[in-house]
Design a protein around this ligand. Structure first.
Ligand code: GUN
Length: 278
């Protein structure tokens, strides 16, 4: 029987643990606050930002909302980031991506103090992850590790294949699986003999960004398949990078879309705000 990994349930567990922890720490006088910056009014970004603020409210984290017009200059944004970096009342800073085209995203992300970079995007945090030092870890791949651990799936010694090499998911995912003592291969759109490699995987994490790209022919019988993709078809229905109906009968465990990896991203963002960079 295939185990359907319930990301909604596991993310709720994480949120409830954090809520309890925040209540305890607040009673001792500690405070938590997340500055959430959105530039422009991209509808998808507005939904994400709204969900992040709601999660803060649930857990007991104060959220400071900065909704800036699309025309905001990069200098104005950098000035705000600088102020927030220097404000001891702000525990974390999140700049919702994508930024408008007139801004240099790398430059803006580099301006966030690594100690407040709860997204884990700053090169200092990326570097710390790659050499096994404490630091903030990108939320989506951190969420995948929690899904695996809390579903009783062992990573140590397993053949782990990551399909996708983005800075936000693929690369940090590989680093985290390595940290958990998996044997890790990263492949991507230019990989030769792709299916030969993905079929070796005990744990296959798919973040290639193409709807239903992975069918049963990519997957070893009994593998664990984690689908990081999320797409909406013409009918408005959500699907992932994995063709769930084709793949799931061949797996020992699989994440659905929606309700798999998605809910974990915000839960891990909240974890980063509460736990700091440990
Ligand atoms: N836009 C899409 N995903 C993310 C994310 O994880 N963090 C930020 N800051 N922006 C995003």
């Amino acid at each position: 029987m295939t185990q359907i990994i319930d990301g909604k349930k596991i993310s709720q567990e994480v949120r409830d643990e954090l809520k309890e922890k925040v209540a305890t720490l607040k009673a001792r006088g500690k405070t938590f606050s997340l500055a959430v910056i959105q530039v422009g009014d991209d509808p998808a970004s507005s939904v994400y930002v709204g969900n992040k603020k709601k999660a803060c409210a649930y857990i007991g984290i104060e959220s400071l909302s900065y909704e800036l017009p699309r025309e905001t200059t990069q200098e104005e944004l950098l000035k705000l980031v600088d102020e927030l970096n220097g404000n001891p009342g702000v525990s974390g800073i999140l700049i919702q991506l994508p930024l408008p085209e007139h801004m240099d995203e790398d430059k803006v992300l580099l301006a966030i103090s690594p100690e407040k970079d709860v997204d884990g995007f700053h090169p200092v945090n990326v570097g710390n992850l790659s050499i096994g030092r404490p630091g903030f870890v990108s939320c989506t791949p951190a969420g995948v590790i929690q899904l695996l651990k809390r579903s009783g799936i062992q990573i140590e010694g397993k053949e782990c294949v990551v399909l996708g090499r983005s800075n936000i998911v693929g690369k940090p995912m590989a680093m985290l699986l390595l940290r958990e003592n998996g044997t890790v291969t990263v492949c991507h759109s230019r990989t030769k003999n792709l299916k030969e490699i993905t079929r070796r995987a005990d744990i296959l994490v798919v973040a290639i960004g193409r709807p239903k790209y992975v069918d049963a022919s990519f997957v070893k019988e009994g593998a664990v398949v984690i689908d990081v993709g999320i797409h909406r078809n013409e009918a408005g229905k959500l699907c992932g990078d994995v063709d769930f109906d084709s793949v799931s009968p061949h797996t020992s465990a699989i994440t659905p879309v929606p309700g798999g990896v998605g809910p974990m991203t915000i839960a891990m963002l909240m974890h980063n705000v509460v736990e700091g960079s440990r």
